[in-house]
Design a protein around this ligand. Sequence first.
Ligand code: PLP
Ligand code: ZN
Length: 389
Amino acid sequence: MRYIRGLRCINCNHLNEVSIIYKCENCSGILNVEYNYEKIKKDSKKILTNKGIWKFKKLLPVRQNIKPVTLGEGETPLLEIDKIISKNSKINLFFKVESINPTLSFKDRSLSVALTVSKQFQVDKVITASTGNTGVAAAAYAARASMPCTIFIPKDTPKEKLKMMKLYGADTSLVDGNFSDAYQKANQIAMKNNWFNLTSTFLNPYAIEGNKTLAYELYEQYGGVPDWIIIPVGAGPLLVSCYKGFKELKYFGLINNLPKMVGVQAEKCSPIVEAFNLKTKNVSSWKMKEKTIASGIADPLELYPEDGTRTLDTIYESGGEAISVTENQIKYYQKLLAEAQGLFVEPSSVTAVAAIDILTERNKFDYSKQSIVSVLTGHGIKDLDVLFD
Ligand SMILES: *Cc1c(COP(=O)(O)O)cnc(C)c1O
Ligand SMILES: [Zn+2]
């Protein structure tokens, strides 16, 4: 893996070796894959050269001669939007349609990478906790890699997602509790059996690298850097990795500036937004009182609030925003998006659409000059019950 330097601790800066670890060996901090960018730059006339996310193989944490575990993920459309929501006639808005990935969410990017890394490390078995979409993607890519896969999900995960995981042949367990409870279960079992833990959040440093490809594609499709990128966040690896992708492009001299990142959560589970509103440095875990229909991003960060802090750091650094949306707004915009644009996305994903109007009302965007990309993270067909209540 000559293009990777190691796993840099975001806390103490210690460079950990490339191996199956989840925390810094020195201080238990969160790990960030660090590349030997000088070498990549020197070795490749063209950095971005394959198909889908794997055309960016040099910037993914895998050996260059390894055959990727792929289902054709990535290369999703960037749609120009002219009419929805905003009262403004002149809007400069785009939707990145991640809902049409092979298992219908952006998680395919990270799980394609995760299963490729699993093969490279020759692990026997993979395990993950999930709010639903990570589990579906893990099950599909594990099937593709002929790898046994165990998944822990909260018991109220949409039944369509559970059925898909089972169809792909994964071993599924329903946890009586929220995502943090599933996280803990998966972690315990992974440790005990020495299975490779693919859990989203910032636990697995390799898996989330797949999300960087979203930034590379936006750069190619938009032809530069959009001013704002709106992303629904659970713990926030998509937002953080997307920003990392843009920073890499800047390092390579392909772009001069970076986008402002907007993280959106459902009001009923919004630890990161709460910290942002209080202007604090650290995120605290969230006490779940009522559940939200945005189940895909309902992460109270019970044992790992530092994961939320990492996301908050990125939002601050980019000069972005963190906002929450109500259950009623989610329902309203899900219908509006379908009627006005022919796009059917799941509640978690709708939050990044509702956010456009909210931020427009607060005069955060200057539509005469600024461009906005909202990421439609997951398809609506995987959660049909929300339509009938
Ligand atoms: C996982 C997920 C998110 C949030 O992503 P994180 O990177 O975990 O913060 C957003 N939307 C959907 C549909 C998801 O499945
Ligand atoms: Zn450390």
